[in-house]
Structure formats: structure tokens, C-alpha cells
Design a protein around this ligand. Structure first.
Ligand code: ADP
Ligand code: TYD
Length: 208
């Protein structure tokens, strides 16, 4: 793999999209071309799958169906967008990746982290993020922000217990991993952005 694969992870409302938009601005300013993508979605097929998964009318969706749909969207994104970009030497920034499935489906839905990892393996192959920014925030604060922002989707409408399992799940799954940078999501947008830029400069020498 020749490019750099950066992933933003964290509960709903933690500030991932906000930080990615600011990071893109910065990378453009310093002349680093980057590709931004999101999960579920990021391709025509993936966006169609996203609409199925997040539609609040789909109350009957089984947990296994949900896991497979996220994995399907991811497999398409890998083959159509992420792998070609990395092989062409680009910087790729993804709003969520497989750890979202490990936490939401493996832990919060209770399907098991090994099962979720195995289901996702064929779509991901040997590709792994070079660095993961984990924006850590309490479930109450994340959902409070989402409620202010727009109508809640099917996942956001889940109980506070579900979101609490997500918050705890993230801390468990992402702790102690060399590629993970743990960030306090309750800090200001500017403070978090500065932290992200400093970490990237350390990890990717060529950024000025
Ligand atoms: P995510 O992509 O993780 O769901 P967003 O970036 O969409 O999160 O942010 C959710 C909401 O919270 C938005 O209205 C955004 O303006 C706000 N927000 C983001 N970061 C912060 C922050 N550090 N402090 C306060 N509000 C924030
Ligand atoms: P997203 O649009 O990133 O939501 P938010 O902006 O609120 O963080 O993701 C949509 C929802 O899908 C979100 O609730 C997290 C969930 N999700 C999973 O449950 N599993 C996954 O593998 C992914 C990628 C997302």
C-alpha cells in the first residue's frame, strides 16, 4: 500500500464530520491532495445501502441483516474507492471504518467481535488504517448534539443503553492500539482540530 489511510471513529455526534471538513481544509492549504469518504455510503451502491440501513421505517431489520449491509457497503467502498486511491498513493480519510461495525454490531448488538471481523475480512483484505482518531464523547452529549442537528435516523433512535454500550465498546476496542489517537470530544472544535493536525504532522512527516 502506497497511500495513507486515516480513519475518524467515535459515537454519533462526537464531531467526526466537523473535524474531517476542517482537516480537509488544512490538507488543501498545505498542498496534500486527499480523498474524503464516509460509511455507510461513499459509492452509489453504498449510498443506496445507507438509505436502507438508516431508514427509521425499517424497524423489522434483524441484527444480522444490519451487520451484513454495513459489510456490503464497506466491501464496495474498498474495491471501488479506497483500494484504488491507496494504490495510487493518495491520502484517504474515512468517516468511520470497520471498528464501527465491531463496536455497534459486535458489542452493542451482541453479535460478537470475532463474527463481525470475520464477515468484514473478505471486503477489507490486508488493508488497515495507518491512523485512527477516536473522538470520545458521552452518549448523552452525542445524542443531545444530534437532536439539535436533525431528525434522528434508525440507529440514533436506539435507546440510551444502546448508545452507552457503544461509548464503552469504543473505549474497550480502541484502547492500547498503536495506531489509535484518543481524543477528548468534549473539548472545543478548534482544540480538537489542533490536536489532530499535530498528531498527523508527527505521524506523517511530509506535512508542513
Ligand atoms: P458526527 O459526524 O460525529 O456525528 P458532527 O461533526 O456531525 O458529528 O457533529 C454533531 C453536532 O455537534 C454538530 O451540530 C456540530 O456542529 C456539533 N459539534 C461538533 N464538534 C463539537 C464540539 N467539539 N463541541 C460542541 N459541538 C460540536
Ligand atoms: P454516521 O452517518 O457516521 O452517523 P453519525 O454522523 O451520527 O456519526 O453513521 C450512521 C450510523 O451507522 C451511526 O449511528 C453509526 C452506525 N454504524 C454502524 O452501526 N456500523 C457501522 O459499521 C457503521 C459504519 C456505522
Amino acid at each position: 500500500m502506497k497511500g495513507i489511510f486515516i480513519v475518524m471513529e467515535g459515537p454519533d455526534g462526537s464531531g467526526k464530520s466537523t473535524q474531517i471538513a476542517l482537516l480537509k481544509q488544512y490538507l488543501d492549504e498545505v498542498g496534500c491532495e486527499c480523498l474524503i469518504t464516509r460509511e455507510p455510503g461513499g459509492t452509489a451502491i453504498g449510498e443506496a445501502v445507507r438509505n436502507i440501513i438508516l431508514n427509521p421505517d425499517h424497524e423489522e431489520m434483524s441484527d444480522v441483516t444490519e451487520m451484513l449491509l454495513y459489510a456490503a457497503s464497506r466491501a464496495q467502498l474498498m474495491s471501488e474507492v479506497i483500494i484504488p486511491a491507496l494504490e495510487a498513493g493518495k491520502i484517504v480519510i474515512s468517516d468511520r471504518f470497520v471498528d464501527s461495525s465491531i463496536v455497534y454490531q459486535g458489542i452493542a448488538r451482541g453479535l460478537g467481535t470475532d463474527t463481525v471481523a470475520a464477515v468484514n475480512r473478505p471486503g477489507i483484505g490486508q488493508y488497515e488504517p495507518d491512523c485512527i482518531f477516536f473522538i470520545d464523547i458521552s452518549e448523552e452529549e452525542g445524542i443531545r448534539r444530534k437532536k439539535l442537528q436533525n431528525k434522528l435516523d434508525r440507529m440514533e433512535q436506539e435507546s440510551i443503553d444502546f448508545h452507552s454500550m457503544v461509548s464503552r465498546g469504543y473505549r474497550e476496542v480502541l484502547s492500547g492500539r498503536e495506531e489509535v489517537i484518543h481524543i477528548d470530544g468534549s473539548a472545543s472544535v478548534e482544540h480538537i482540530q489542533n490536536q489532530i493536525r499535530e498528531e498527523l504532522k508527527k505521524r506523517i512527516g511530509k506535512l508542513s
